[in-house]
Design a protein around this ligand. Structure first.
Ligand SMILES: NC(=O)CC[C@H](N)C(=O)O
Length: 341
């Protein structure tokens, strides 16, 4: 099988496919100083590529417009379509890597979904921008250039799905948007970034110990929908309304975005427990954004038959639970998955 390694070994430039989905990287504003209040998802993939002629120096690049949306509108169906396209392309011997241009609001979710369902070791890089293409010092062109460099690099093979922004390489599992508007918004919590793109090449320093891509048990090739999993957010004075409404609306799984170490308020615990008795799988996560939610810590998970999210934030826990529910309803198995991926 040809891959980026053989592209380099054969002395040819890697073939990188850019799948465009929209977002600010494809956004346009009224003036060059418009950095908020612009319209996302306007510029087509051919123009994104044309705007960075330097790409030709590092890869043979082709583009496909998969969607043209702001990423707050990303749905499970979009993910399944995208994942199937990525798997089809990566199965081709002449494709060495893939770059996905994406809105930044849900980049971390799409990246983690792909990290769990892409069946290839070839590099997949998700990239976006915080400033629209029309802005002074737009970050899209350099981010796209860096993403293509990484996607065509043999050093990125087998590292899972990556998010490349602001000269930094992050693992899909651990990266999150941490600032609403600034270009240094993507951070990998305390677990740390994987490396940098500096001097026209990626530099890797670490990898995640969690399984991904070819080493997961998830297969989307025959899926046309995913089980309904929703998130109930907790705060001081919260009641059971959201949990009860989500269960009534048909949730098969619920992520509880608890306070602190995933604590359950007294007014929420009975609603979650009743949901579990109806067969809904409950995962305790935390709204804090860093750290482990400890099993049998702030709640007796063994007795309640709940699962803990480990270090996944609520939106990523939702993705893993959806995929877990395509395989099993057994909470012990699902807890194993949360400690594996
Ligand atoms: N910086 C961005 O990409 C945000 C734009 C838009 N809300 C999106 O996520 O697509």
């Amino acid at each position: 099988m040809l891959c980026a390694a053989t592209a380099h070994a054969a002395g040819r430039m890697p073939n990188v496919v850019i799948l465009a989905t929209g977002g600010t990287i494809a956004g346009t504003g009224a003036t060059s100083t418009t950095t908020v209040g612009y319209t996302a998802a306007k510029v087509g993939v051919d123009d994104l590529i044309k705007a960075v002629p330097e790409l030709k120096q590092v890869a043979h690049v082709t583009g496909e417009q998969v969607f043209q949306i702001a990423s707050e509108n990303m749905s499970n169906e979009h993910w399944l379509t995208l994942a199937k396209r990525v798997n089809t392309l990566l199965a081709k011997p002449d494709v060495d890597g893939i770059v996905i241009t994406h809105g930044t609001d849900t980049i971390e979710e799409t990246a983690y979904f792909l990290d769990l369902v892409v069946k290839s070791k070839k590099p997949v890089v998700v990239v976006g921008a915080m400033r629209p293409s029309t802005a002074i010092s737009a970050d899209g062109p350099i981010n796209l250039y860096n993403a293509v460099l990484v996607a065509g690099s043999q050093d990125a093979i087998g590292k899972g799905v990556l998010v490349v922004m602001n000269d930094q390489i992050n693992a899909a599992r651990d990266v999150s948007k941490t600032n609403t508007t600034t270009t240094d918004t993507f951070k990998s919590t305390e677990l740390g970034l994987l490396g940098y793109v500096v001097g026209n090449q990626p530099h890797f320093y670490r990898v995640s110990t969690r399984k991904h891509t070819v080493d997961t048990e998830f297969d989307v090739s025959n899926l046309n929908a995913l089980p309904q999993v929703d998130i109930a957010y907790t705060y001081a004075n919260v009641g059971p309304t959201a949990v009860n409404a989500l269960v009534a609306a048909g949730a098969k799984g619920l992520i509880h975005a608890g306070v602190g170490d995933g604590s359950l308020p007294n007014k929420v615990r009975p609603a979650l427990s009743a949901a579990r008795e109806k067969g809904v799988v409950i995962v305790r996560a935390s709204r804090v954004g860093q750290g482990i939610v400890a099993r049998n810590g702030e709640a007796n998970d063994d007795q309640l038959d709940f699962v803990v999210a480990d270090t996944l934030n609520p939106q990523k826990a939702r993705i893993l639970l959806m995929l877990a529910l395509t395989r099993t309803n057994d909470t012990k198995e699902i807890q194993r998955m949360f400690y594996t991926y």
